[in-house]
Design a protein around this ligand. Structure first.
Ligand code: ATP
Length: 343
């Protein structure tokens, strides 16, 4: 008996209908802990609290105005490091300054280095999940707080924060239609790919073990990305340096760490690093969803699954970097989001 092939586009449509039928609240666990920081708190204390609670971002609360004041994310730390590297003459001075710095002061740093402040997007918990996904994709924090309003006290209440991973995992666990997503990442053009015409790997941002942390941090900020694959001379992926790795540096007050090479910085990384998740560009989206259901995926690094001859005759070896798939690339495809820009 021949089975009718499952249609990719129909499966995507069914997933969108599902996301439209659910409200944001339905994605949340029955009970969870919520960390919210007052904007008057010192940055260092906030960082320690993030690490102790195993989270990498938190909503900010202005107790003066009794309202939500944006999100603290790792991008803020990347900006902080860039600012101190550019403006201070001594690392000790920078360390002393950071001791005094409050979360509210981070806005001045963004103004000084001319980057966008954290977005103030939010959504009511009873709005459809599909709407939240669209707002999530326009927010450069890639995080969307669910905010309710207490009519009695006239105060905003931050209930939780939606992340791309939470949404994708919810889809992976609840939509059997993901099994129908049989087209490959490459066919769907999901992700960012190295050019096939030369060996420069453009437009991918990459680094080697000898690149300095400063250069990588600069790429995070300039390109608005949160990870850079580390490759060897042959282009094989040997590691990944992520924005979360910057937390360790800022916490230890090691501003001189920016001068370190990636190789030395990786040596300080905690043993908890889960490793780089790689896949072939020929992986189906269905398989990516089944991976998301099982593992805490932050991004996928695509590598060649066999030696490949490029149009210019050069050979790209098995294991060489081909591209990177961010969670936003997957979510954009699923909801049919077209970039019209805010980043
Ligand atoms: P998050 O910061 O929450 O992981 P995200 O899912 O958007 O957000 P990013 O790493 O910021 O992930 O990726 C943003 C865009 O940049 C994506 O389209 C992704 O394909 C692309 N991208 C990610 N890393 C690189 C890189 N090293 N070089 C070039 N493009 C990249």
């Amino acid at each position: 008996v021949q089975r009718t092939p499952v249609d990719h586009d129909k499966s995507i449509e069914a997933i969108r209908t599902f996301l439209q039928s659910k409200d944001c609240l339905s994605i949340l666990p029955v009970s969870s802990k919520m960390i919210v920081f007052d904007t008057r708190l010192q940055v260092i204390k906030a960082l320690n609290a993030l690490v102790q609670n195993g989270v990498v971002s938190a909503p900010l609360w202005s107790s003066v105005e009794s309202k939500f004041a944006g999100m603290l994310t790792i991008s803020d730390l990347v900006h902080l490091m860039q600012y101190y590297y550019a403006t201070t003459s001594s690392y000790e001075g920078a360390a002393d300054d950071v001791e005094q710095l409050t979360l509210g002061n981070l806005r001045d740093i963004e103004t000084a280095i001319e980057v966008l402040p954290p977005p103030l997007h939010s959504i009511h918990p009873m709005r459809p999940l599909l709407e939240a996904c669209h707002i999530l994709m326009t927010s450069h924090a890639r995080r969307l707080p669910l905010i309710d309003h207490d009519d009695r006290t006239d105060v905003e209440v931050v209930l939780s924060v939606l992340t791309q991973y939470r949404v994708l995992k919810f889809i992976a666990m609840n939509c059997k239609e993901t099994l129908g997503l049989q087209k490959t990442l490459l066919e769907l053009n999901i992700g960012t790919y190295a050019s096939n015409s030369d060996t420069s790997l453009e437009p991918l941002a990459v680094a080697t073990m000898d690149t300095t942390v400063f250069d990588v941090v600069h790429q995070f900020s300039a390109k608005g990305i949160s990870a850079v694959p580390i490759v060897d001379e042959e282009g094989a992926v040997i590691n990944l340096y992520e924005t979360v790795d910057v937390i360790t540096l800022v916490r230890l007050g090691s501003y001189q760490s920016l001068d370190l090479t990636i190789s030395s910085a990786l040596a300080q990384r905690s043993a908890e690093f889960p490793g780089v998740i790689t896949c072939s560009p020929k992986e189906t989206l269905a398989n990516v969803f089944s991976l998301i259901a099982k593992r805490r995926v932050h991004r996928l690094v695509m590598v060649e699954d066999e030696d490949k001859t490029l149009p210019n005759g050069q050979i790209r070896r098995k294991g060489a970097l081909v591209g990177i798939v961010a969670l936003s690339d997957i979510l954009k495809h699923v909801i049919g989001f077209k970039d019209i820009s805010i980043n």
